[in-house]
Design a protein around this ligand. Structure first.
Ligand SMILES: *Cc1c(COP(=O)(O)O)cnc(C)c1O
Length: 220
């Protein structure tokens, strides 16, 4: 079932778009089933759960951390994480740089931009984003690579609202790319989940974070 879901999804979205299979609350066995189709990108939201799965599962998995990351937990994932999606403060960026340095590596991150109407969603507003991008301190952080932006649209049935939010994020992303405000590796736009990935692709997404469409609904 899982491998079928994943293969169907890949056919639908094409090979220009990276699918991060969101495996939070799903067992290592279920992840292995997806892995056996050749899939390598998996996303988790909880540090403890991610560390346990990383121990158990093959080491060529590219682990994405897609949840809200607390500064004091960065060190637990710093040695192996492939991409951290939801960086939304300078403090967190600094800690990631520090832990990357300790592990003698570079860590890839995305900056999370707040695009939804709901106040509860995390993320930087435009001013905060540009403040980080333009700061001198960032230039000195040699152990992080900012590869792109990530965002979550409002949780609504209203597709016009979702489209508008994705469009806004794509505009910010394109602006940063066009003006070369960050390095040349700036190339990832992570937006779209099970309910809205069609819209996200249409608005320029090149990385989807998809859980329930692949693994089935989460119970909790
Ligand atoms: C859980 C989660 C997803 C996947 O959600 P589905 O609706 O199951 O596809 C995507 N992004 C983030 C940040 C998540 O926490």
């Amino acid at each position: 079932m899982i491998s079928e879901n994943l293969n169907n999804l890949k056919k639908r979205v094409g090979n220009q778009v990276t699918i991060v299979a969101v495996s939070k609350k799903k067992s290592p066995e279920m992840i292995l089933e997806a892995y056996q189709t050749g899939h390598r990108h998996f996303g988790e939201n909880y540090v403890q759960e991610l560390c346990e799965k990383n121990e158990k599962l093959p080491h060529d998995i590219h682990w994405h951390f897609i949840g809200h990351l607390q500064t004091n937990k960065v060190k637990q994932i710093a040695s192996f994480i492939y991409l951290i999606h939801a960086v939304d403060s300078f403090k967190l960026l600094k800690e990631i740089n520090k832990q990357a340095q300790i592990n003698n590596r570079k860590i890839n991150v995305l900056l999370q931009v707040h695009i939804a109407q709901e106040e509860t969603k995390f993320g930087l507003n435009k001013a905060e984003l540009y403040a980080i991008i333009g700061s001198d301190e960032l230039k000195k952080m040699e152990n992080i690579s900012i590869l792109g932006l990530m965002g979550m649209a409002s949780n609504t049935e209203n597709t016009e609202i979702i489209e508008k939010e994705f469009k806004e994020l794509n505009e910010i992303y394109s602006e940063i790319k066009k003006r070369r405000l960050l390095n040349l590796d700036f190339k990832i736009l992570s937006m779209g989940m099970s309910s809205d990935y069609h819209l996200a692709i249409r608005e320029g997404s090149n990385m989807l974070r998809i859980g329930s469409t692949i693994f089935g609904e989460r119970i909790n």
